[in-house]
Write a protein that binds this ligand. Structure first.
Ligand code: HEC
Ligand code: HEC
Ligand code: HEC
Length: 392
């Protein structure tokens, strides 16, 4: 009883004592947590900046420096300690000003480039940290895989017919150089792509040849059109400008589009394998050998005749009036590409003749198709089939 009245009397003191003890106990904890909190904020900011920079890289730099900073042809790699350890100012200057007399353009707005100082600072953060595996995924997801290493093969018969023209040897040389160096951006037969304008173009033909050569030699500042003077000989530049001037005499189909294989990584293969098992193996069998329900995909003829783009298109759009659905409404583009990469990996060991899987009880059992609801192994078939598969 006494004790309680004591408590009552000194309640306020006691409370403040408790408060002091409480604060004293928490203070070091708080002091310890504060830098952690700061670090977390800084890390979040860095992550945010690098995240933006990955998109900037995909849109502006991957074309020359590669999917994951590995470098392409004359364009140097960036994914190395030499770059990571470069100081902030040096990197900022290289990216802002470019490298004079090389194909590295100036990116800073002060030098006619498209990027703000803030964006360049984000790119510097990307260069100084090793995030290249994430960059690769971003570039692929945005569909901005570099086309640069891809060249095309001029049609031999049409090339020979061009070579027989009065100015033929120069035009043929121009075509060959174009197919090796320019087709990746300016497209088949010079008709342009979503990256670069058409060079087979009446308005451009009106320009004096000298002006066209000047563009090829020096590029167009602030765009992806690099200056080629350190790469091409003056004969090559002359043959290209002649081709551009006389493109209306070149038969269409002379320079086909480059075939652009789908990029495969360990992760995309893994994803492709999982998605194939979930969505495709039921009809095409676990290893693509085919079943009575669907043709074999793992056979030399099919894999050799169907390039990655064609296969992606078949899977995306399906085959009308068959059970082969248009998968583009069920899977993302990146997922379909992962499946194509997985199927493509069969090619080196694909048999000449299809050997379809038969019988029931295995993953490709023929019996399930007739009665998907009651299979011998108790499975009910893939999820989409249970959810009311359209009977087309
Ligand atoms: C048109 C092709 C092209 C594009 C696009 C391009 N670069 Fe470059 N870059 C080059 C070339 C070529 C060099 C080497 C120049 C030289 O010889 O010094 C280079 C050099 C560099 C260097 C210095 C490398 C070193 O080892 O010294 C950095 C950093 C760099 N680029 C970053 C970028 C960034 C960031 C972007 C995107 C904003 C970009 N580049 C876009 C062609 C390109
Ligand atoms: C990395 C992609 C890329 C490559 C490779 C490339 N170009 Fe370009 N080129 C462009 C872009 C983008 C433009 C448009 C620039 C602009 O917006 O003005 C352009 C513009 C041009 C122009 C000016 C067109 C006009 O209408 O004024 C010419 C000429 C040209 N390129 C020639 C070539 C030749 C020849 C080659 C091969 C040696 C080549 N380019 C390689 C991206 C590229
Ligand atoms: C319900 C059964 C079924 C499923 C599931 C299925 N397919 Fe098909 N697929 C077919 C049939 C049937 C054809 C043949 C269509 C025809 O008659 O041309 C076909 C054709 C194809 C072809 C073209 C083969 C050729 O020889 O031209 C490809 C590629 C293909 N499928 C890939 C896939 C992929 C990848 C998946 C999974 C995302 C898938 N299919 C899922 C039934 C299926």
């Amino acid at each position: 009883m006494k004790f309680f009245s004591y408590l009552k009397q000194h309640k306020s003191k006691l409370i403040s004592l408790i408060a002091v003890i409480y604060i004293m106990a928490l203070l070091p904890l708080y002091a310890w947590k504060e830098p952690v909190r700061m670090e977390k904020v800084e890390l979040e900011l860095l992550t945010e900046n690098i995240d933006s920079a990955m998109t900037l890289y995909a849109e502006n730099c991957a074309l020359c420096h590669g999917l994951a900073g590995e470098g392409i042809g004359p364009n140097p790699p960036l994914n190395n300690p030499g770059i990571t350890q470069m100081d902030y100012d040096t990197l900022f200057k290289i990216i802002s000003f470019g490298r004079y007399n090389t194909t590295m353009p100036a990116w800073g707005q002060a030098d006619g480039g498209p990027l703000t100082e803030y964006e360049i600072s984000q790119l510097v953060a990307l260069m100084q940290n090793d995030w290249w595996t994430y960059v690769q995924t971003r570039v692929i997801n945005l569909g901005l895989q570099p086309l640069i290493p891809f060249e095309s093969e001029p049609d031999p018969e049409l090339l020979a017919s061009v070579a027989a023209l009065p100015n033929g040897s120069v035009l043929a040389a121009g075509i060959t150089t174009y197919a090796a160096q320019c087709v990746s951006c300016h497209g088949a037969d010079g008709l342009g792509t979503n990256i670069a304008s058409a060079l087979n173009d009446p308005a451009l033909r009106e320009q004096p040849q000298e002006e066209i050569e000047n563009t090829i030699l020096n590029g167009v500042s602030g765009t992806l059109m690099a200056g080629w003077k350190s790469i091409l000989t003056s004969d090559e530049v002359m043959s290209l400008s002649t081709l551009i001037k006389e493109w209306d005499t070149i038969p269409s189909g002379t320079i086909p589009a480059p075939e652009t294989p789908i990029h495969v990584t360990a992760e995309s293969l893994q994803l492709g394998e999982t998605l194939y098992a979930e969505n495709c193996s039921f009809c095409h069998a676990a290893e693509g050998q085919g079943t009575p329900r669907a043709p074999s995909l793992n056979v030399k003829g099919f894999l050799e005749d169907t390039n990655d783009m064609a296969m992606q298109q078949i899977i995306s759009l399906g085959v009308p009036d068959t059970s082969m659905l248009a998968w583009e409404t069920r899977l993302s583009e990146a997922e379909i590409q992962a499946i194509v990469g997985f199927i493509r990996a069969w090619e080196p060991t694909a048999p000449e003749v299809a050997v379809p899987a038969r019988g029931s009880g295995n993953s490709a059992g023929g019996g399930r198709w007739q009665n998907p609801g009651s299979t011998t192994d108790g499975s009910k078939g893939p999820p989409w089939m249970r959810d009311g598969y359209p009977s087309n």
